[in-house]
Ligand binder design. Sequence first.
Ligand code: SF4
Length: 510
Amino acid sequence: MTDSPASSAARAPDRIDLAAAPVEGGCSSKDTMRAAAEEAGKGEILARYAADYPKGPHDQPQSMCPAFGSLRVGLRMRRTATILSGSACCVYGLTFTSHFYGARRSVGYVPFSSETLVTGKLYEDIRDAVHLMADPALYDTVVVTNLCVPTASGVPIQNLPKQINGVRIIGIDVPGFGVPTHAEAKDVLAGAMLAYARKEASQGPVAAPSHRPDRPTVTLLGEMFPADPVGIGQLLEPLGLAAGPVVPTREWRELYSALDCAAVAAIHPFYTASVREFEAAGRPVIGSAPVGVDGTAAWLDAIGAACGVAQSAVDAAKDKFLPAIRAALDANPIKGRITVSGYEGSELLVARLLIESGAEVPYVGTACPKTRWSEPDRAWLEARGVRIQYRASLEQDIAAVEEYRPDLAIGTTPVVQHAKSEAIPALYFTNLISARPLMGPAGAGSLALVINAALANQDRFNRMQSFFDGVGANENAGIWRDTPVDRPEFKKKYAARIKGLTKSEEAVGT
Ligand code: SF4
């Protein structure tokens, strides 16, 4: 081994241009991925996603991988197999999360290598896997999902056979660079299933539903707490209507009854592809939901008008239910300032209920886009001075907590974490707010229980804050002999290096 020759020249500075290097994570080399996907023939589907799920500041995954939404819809459906095609790390994360949320069945996976990706063998592997899985004794449907890399590589998942041995095959692309939130990914699969079912129904007789109400039904669009469809059914009864299936459905034949309805209630406002199918089937679609007094009154009017119900019957329903809702709200008042943010799609509805319960709500952030189905809620909230941020980013939600210093912050995990670190009581939207009824009289009383319990925690937060006072924060938390000094320039340099590595790995796959 010889020493390197000595050089009298001064050492050249690093060539990495730190200023030009944006910090990006593993899911966010989206421009490269999108360009590759368009070149590989996925332009049409990406254009449709761009129209269905218009982007805003929140134009890339800031929470979980979007494909979790469609995966969960498939996993919750009886006699349905789900297969993922994507990077192993993505599939690991998705299966982990699905089992964390109680999936009770396996997720299929077709792995790939650079070779199977670039030679087209991956598509053949997927097709073989689908043939292996398509056992009519076990399944009605097999759903195959292309994640980011196979979508960017143009794996033609839509070319899979439409059915094998009578088992329906549904192939969808759910890339993080095309579908902004996991909420909208639910719509990608629900819409694809409705399109398939609509085609089946147009070609001949289809399976009858296991339960067929003796009156016209209203299909409910959006996952909701199990008691809510029951409560909505009670509201509809005086109108001579019944609650139909909830979409996404739990079994295939419910899709036929969902399509065979008098009207669709878009309880969650982001199901654009599903609405397209209902409208193609000639069904009227109603926005908002029966939350609180005003929301329930307006919703009953809208349903009555859409289904041709006599105004006297609508008024009778209002006379029956509105006083009960008013009484439940009055019996469970909420006092305090509350900010609301989340990615479920029901954020505006929750804010309405909070305000009718007496709370002050200055800000609602939702990861979902503005659509015509949440327009009544937007108008109602804005008339009461609420600032609504569609496609809210995490930074905007946290800024709202800082600006309004609420007595309670309802939000996603990092928003809750931030609020608690500031000694502000906080509730996780998904687990604590979505997991209770919101509609009708039951919803009016239920929300206040959890909200008031959380508001009552302020003293505990104050005690905790004074107990931990002086122990530092973030990187400096703890007791140190030499308190660490933040070195942002190192972080930038490291981020630039990671970005460079990611780019060269992507180049290998193209
Ligand atoms: S599939 Fe895409 S968005 Fe999802 S984890 Fe993988 S890279 Fe991220």
